[in-house]
Design a protein around this ligand. Structure first.
Ligand code: B1M
Length: 232
């Protein structure tokens, strides 16, 4: 570890990104923290470090997990390293001088404990000027309904990483409809196994491929919402 810390200064940007992928794969949280700080020191943007280092490393973990090369304990270590890196980037990503442009309630749906992508989305939304209420993981329809009643958000965001939990998003949307509040809310969904067709089928307003798309989509919907409010 200390050898690596000394050598970081002598490495090229590309080599450090490669190293980040390897260290994330190996679950080396302390090394990831060092590398994130080094890249920030070199003037790289937080979002680029996140994408080129951390998310790229997690993609490799995901492929090897799928192929039976990695198992849950190793993936948990990788997730811990990812979170260590994200913790450094978080204040930079949520730093915003922008005035509040909307409110969002976001959570991972029932049965699902994956939260890295949801956390990233919440951070980016905060950074873009949204007030975000993060419900965490494994959220029942009751949790979503209670948070909506309490925070009166413009947007409800749901995340699911499992093909077995993504259908639960429909349960939440149906509950919104039954409560007569579906038309008052912008419903955005995301997570690796989802796609546009699924989002349309369950009655969501938008599928967000990644956190950056979530921000763009939310801004677009908020603009439309404001224009409609002005016109009426
Ligand atoms: Co799990 N896991 N996992 N896992 N895991 C996947 C999802 C899997 C695809 C791996 C694989 O087989 N290749 C597979 C699902 C297969 C399927 O459903 N068909 C899987 C499995 C099977 C499981 C378990 C069942 C394994 C087991 O126990 N045998 C188990 C399930 C537990 C449960 O939820 N009940 C399980 C457990 C775990 C860990 C706990 C070990 C860990 C999670 C740790 C954590 O999150 N704190 C874990 C991890 C890390 C993964 C992989 C490797 C990585 C997920 C991740 O964090 N990606 C994943 C493989 C993969 O996805 N390729 C896998 C990085 C993250 C930045 O991307 O989450 O896609 P992502 O988020 C993106 C976009 O999707 C989007 O923006 C994000 C950022 O740009 N987005 C949103 C996400 N949510 C959004 C919400 C929005 C908008 C955009 O709201 C508007």
């Amino acid at each position: 570890m200390s050898d690596e810390q000394i050598n970081l200064k002598e490495m090229s940007d590309d080599d450090i990104y490669e190293l980040m992928k390897e260290d994330l794969y190996d679950g080396y949280a302390a090394e990831i923290e060092e590398e994130v700080r080094e890249m920030l020191g070199r003037g790289h943007q937080p979002y680029d470090i996140l994408t080129n280092g951390l998310v790229a490393g997690m993609d490799i973990v995901g492929a090897d997990f799928r192929d039976g090369i990695l198992f849950v304990p190793e993936v948990l270590m990788a997730a811990k390293a990812m979170k260590a890196g994200m913790a450094i980037l978080r204040p930079l990503l949520v730093e915003t001088g922008a005035e509040k442009i909307g409110t969002m309630v976001v959570g991972t749906v029932k049965g699902d404990i994956h939260d890295i992508g949801k956390n990233l989305t919440a951070m980016m939304m905060e950074g873009a000027g949204f007030e975000v209420y993060d419900l965490g993981i494994n959220n029942s329809v009751d949790n979503f309904m209670a948070a909506i009643a309490e925070h009166k958000p413009d947007i409800v965001g749901m995340s699911a990483l499992l093909t077995t939990t993504m259908p639960y998003m429909r349960v939440v949307i149906d509950a919104l409809r039954e409560a007569g509040i579906r038309q008052d809310l912008i419903v955005m969904v995301g997570g690796a196994p989802l796609n546009e067709a699924f989002a349309e089928d369950i009655g969501a307003d938008a599928y967000c491929r990644d956190a950056a798309v979530a921000v763009e989509t939310a801004k677009k919907f908020m603009l439309i919402r404001r224009q409609r409010a002005k016109a009426s």
